[in-house]
Write a protein that binds this ligand. Structure first.
Ligand code: HEC
Ligand code: HEC
Ligand code: HEC
Ligand code: HEC
Ligand code: HEC
Ligand code: HEC
Ligand code: HEC
Ligand code: HEC
Ligand code: HEC
Ligand code: HEC
Length: 314
């Protein structure tokens, strides 16, 4: 057993070593220009009040995963010593506003240092990266404005519609999915951070994206309808339509675009004097064309698994 004095001496040596270590770290931090968050707060307490409510503040302060996160403010804004010495010097720290003139790539690289990969795997080739969007165009990482995702606006849809005015109009049409009601969001179908598909779709194709919720339309079917296999967007406008069921055209015209003239029975609908042309001119339609039109008979338009479901009649 070591004598008492020896243990104290041990402790003193240890403490000195720790102190030297700490001084070393401090000196290193100074040399690299980091000043620590306490310093920032002496002047930016107001900003900190908002920041404290974010998942960033909680993660960086309560259990930082590494040295960078432990730097809190400087994890994003970079070393602050030059700024503390002269707050009017706009070159430091890194600013994230468009007015600041910081190159977008510089801003985004800060965020991607911690958030690269995962959902953002395809960010570099995405339409949004090419259009020079900043992460902070959609995110407010210092303020909790949305219930999740630290978004720039209270909801995903509002965040997207701030720029996409045309889609706002499309979602006002008569037939649409419940996006304006907030039951669905743009991010149910799109990954704003990039994807391998056109139009930043979440799925590997339009059909895979739709099948996420409309699985019964995925198939395969015993009797396939070729355009359904190919692309739901051939008949449906995903953001909305003034025709029923999000259709891109009214029936029977929708069907007649491809089945005119069909073999078997005329697509210019029969009953002689009651063709589509007559209807367009105000005449009475064939009774076979009212209601669901061609689907009065060809009801299983997405495909059929019925043994006698040929021509999608059941
Ligand atoms: C001595 C007071 C002081 C300290 C300490 C200080 N700042 Fe500042 N900071 C200011 C002032 C004043 C401005 C406004 C200057 C201006 O108009 O650009 C400012 C501006 C900023 C801006 C830019 C705002 C904009 O317009 O985009 C950021 C970012 C910032 N500070 C971050 C920090 C960080 C991070 C720290 C800690 C490393 C820090 N500040 C420490 C006084 C301070
Ligand atoms: C996760 C990254 C991140 C962290 C951590 C962070 N900031 Fe920011 N900061 C930003 C972004 C992005 C903006 C610009 C967009 C915004 O206002 O939300 C910004 C803006 C600012 C501004 C200018 C705000 C304005 O409206 O002019 C100041 C000042 C600032 N930050 C200080 C701080 C201080 C102080 C801390 C630490 C308490 C801190 N930041 C931590 C990313 C961060
Ligand atoms: C030093 C690493 C680091 C940097 C730099 C950083 N973040 Fe984060 N971010 C984190 C951590 C850690 C979390 C919390 C993760 C968690 O809660 O699972 C987080 C969470 C988030 C979230 C999700 C918030 C939520 O509540 O779901 C968003 C969005 C985000 N960060 C965006 C950004 C943006 C934009 C930037 C650049 C301005 C940025 N981050 C910079 C580490 C970082
Ligand atoms: C066009 C708008 C937009 C841009 C630009 C954008 N994001 Fe996002 N981000 C979102 C939306 C919307 C969500 C929420 C997605 C969800 O909940 O399904 C999100 C979620 C996140 C999350 C939390 C979920 C996760 O993946 O862990 C992080 C982190 C994040 N974004 C980081 C970033 C970074 C880093 C950048 C810049 C390279 C960026 N975002 C650019 C819209 C955007
Ligand atoms: C700051 C403005 C801005 C915000 C916010 C924004 N976008 Fe975009 N978006 C653009 C620009 C710019 C383009 C590329 C030019 C274009 O095609 O209009 C684009 C393109 C797109 C495209 C087409 C991609 C392609 O390959 O054709 C989709 C899909 C899209 N955005 C979805 C979203 C979603 C979803 C959100 C919300 C999470 C969102 N955007 C938020 C500006 C924005
Ligand atoms: C039900 C799925 C779905 C939802 C929800 C959705 N989109 Fe789309 N979006 C699509 C599909 C599918 C395309 C077309 C892809 C193709 O065929 O190239 C598309 C295309 C786009 C495009 C490219 C231009 C165009 O119109 O073809 C933009 C921009 C866009 N969407 C933005 C948005 C925004 C903003 C929201 C939310 C308000 C949203 N989308 C909601 C499925 C969806
Ligand atoms: C995140 C889930 C989700 C995804 C993904 C999705 N939908 Fe929907 N869809 C819905 C919901 C919810 C409704 C409304 C159902 C209701 O009102 O009973 C709906 C309704 C519809 C309707 C009927 C509209 C009407 O007016 O009767 C059509 C057609 C439709 N979706 C097509 C599509 C297509 C095409 C895609 C792919 C581009 C798609 N959906 C992707 C959830 C989704
Ligand atoms: C050949 C044109 C066509 C294609 C392609 C097509 N649909 Fe449809 N879809 C229709 C028609 C027509 C209706 C109206 C059905 C009715 O009134 O019975 C409809 C209705 C719907 C409905 C609402 C009614 C229901 O049956 O649930 C959903 C959801 C739907 N389609 C999803 C899809 C999906 C998902 C795809 C891609 C896999 C797709 N559609 C491809 C023509 C098409
Ligand atoms: C984008 C073009 C397109 C549209 C729109 C379309 N179809 Fe088709 N349809 C096809 C193709 C291609 C086939 C396969 C033809 C073949 O196998 O010879 C087919 C097959 C059929 C068949 C079965 C034919 C057979 O020989 O078994 C019926 C019935 C049919 N479609 C009805 C409709 C109806 C009703 C509509 C409207 C709701 C419609 N189609 C819309 C392209 C289309
Ligand atoms: C009154 C019921 C009925 C209506 C309405 C109807 N069809 Fe048909 N259709 C049939 C029957 C029955 C067959 C099978 C004929 C056969 O086997 O010779 C058929 C066959 C077809 C075929 C396959 C032809 C072939 O030779 O294989 C196509 C394509 C078709 N219909 C398209 C349409 C379109 C497009 C409409 C709307 C303009 C429509 N049908 C309306 C009953 C109908």
């Amino acid at each position: 057993m070591a004598p008492k004095g020896g243990r104290n001496r041990h402790r003193a040596v240890l403490l000195t070593a720790l102190l030297l270590c700490a001084q070393d770290a401090l000196a290193q931090a100074r040399a690299s220009g980091f000043v620590g968050e306490a310093k920032c707060l002496t002047c930016h307490e107001a900003k900190n009040r908002h920041f404290s409510a974010t998942s960033h503040a909680r993660a960086f302060r309560a259990n930082p995963r590494n040295e960078l996160e432990a730097r809190v403010c400087e994890a994003c804004h970079g070393p602050g010593s030059a700024h503390v010495a002269n707050a009017a010097d706009k070159s430091a720290p890194i600013r994230f506003t468009r007015e600041s003139g910081t190159p977008i790539e510089t801003m985004n690289a800060r965020c991607l240092a911690c958030h690269g990969g995962g959902q953002r795997q395809h960010w570099p080739d995405s339409a949004h990266a090419r259009a020079l969007l900043a992460c902070s165009d959609c995110h407010a990482p210092m303020e909790r404005r949305s219930s999740a995702g630290l978004l720039a606006r209270p909801t995903i849809n509002e965040t997207c519609l701030a720029c996409h005015a045309q889609q706002r109009a499309e979602f006002r049409r008569r037939s649409r999915m419940p996006v304006p009601e907030g039951k669905m969001s743009c991010a149910d179908c799109h990954n704003p951070h990039g994807s391998t598909t056109r139009a930043l779709l979440k799925g590997d194709s339009v059909n895979e994206t739709c099948a996420e919720c409309h699985a019964e339309k995925r198939g395969p079917f015993l009797w396939e309808h070729a355009p359904v296999r190919e692309d739901c967007g051939t008949c449906h406008a995903p953001h909305g339509s003034n025709h029923e069921s999000l259709l891109v055209a009214a029936r029977p015209f929708l069907c007649q675009q491809c089945h005119n003239p069909p073999i078997g029975h005329p697509g210019q609908f029969y009953a002689g004097d009651r063709t589509a042309a007559v209807v367009a001119a105000g005449g009475a339609p064939s009774p076979r064309l009212v209601a669901r039109s061609c689907q009065n008979c060809h009801s299983a338009i997405h495909g059929s698994n019925h043994p006698s479901g040929a021509r999608f009649q059941r």
